[in-house]
Ligand binder design. Structure first.
Ligand SMILES: [Ca+2]
Ligand SMILES: [Ca+2]
Length: 175
């Protein structure tokens, strides 16, 4: 019986110590400063936004404009329209509505490219995570640009007219 209690106590202490170690590690991770924090701070008006361990250096432009104008404004800030090519990055974008992001099928109808030239696989889970159900649907010929929550009852991405005017998000990527 005594041995039993001793073993119980031992296991209890051990798991307590393990948990504490884990918590300390998590706190450290949350506080840790990575290169993106340092580099982003040097970019006027850009801010690091995070979701879990995912960080993005973003500028939120509120001088509403067309997609092409937004591309130009990001370029003049040495950046591109922002790329949300993971579910985690999309969680960063999610709360922001009426914004252009760096995704369009201007060059090739039906082939969606991110601002860095990479292609979004329309068969992937990511497409269904980030797009409103049934989108992109090319409802009109001019629906080539992707906007987040730009339609009254949509809460995800959809393809729309590039000539419409919205806010926009620029992103700086540091390699
Ligand atoms: Ca299109
Ligand atoms: Ca559409």
């Amino acid at each position: 019986m005594k041995t039993c209690i001793f073993v119980f106590l031992l296991i209890g202490f051990k798991s307590l110590a393990l948990n504490q170690g884990r918590q300390e590690k998590e706190t450290l991770t949350k506080r840790s400063i990575s290169p993106i924090d340092v580099l982003c701070k040097r970019s006027p008006d850009f801010k690091v936004l995070t979701y879990g361990k995912t960080k993005m250096c973003l500028y939120y432009g509120q001088d509403i404009c067309t997609y092409a104008e937004a591309q130009g404004k990001c370029r003049s800030r040495n950046s591109t329209l922002a790329i949300f090519n993971t579910a985690e990055k999309f969680r960063i974008l999610y709360p922001m509505d009426m914004v252009w992001i760096g995704l369009d099928d201007i060059a090739n109808e039906g082939t969606y490219r991110w601002a860095d030239g990479s292609i979004l696989d329309l068969q992937s889970n990511l497409r269904y995570t980030i797009f409103q159900a049934g989108e992109p649907n090319a409802a009109f010929d001019f629906e080539d640009c992707v906007c987040n929550r730009c339609y009254y009852d949509y809460d995800k991405l959809y393809d729309t007219n590039c000539a419409e005017t919205y806010n926009y998000l620029c992103e700086k990527v540091f390699r």
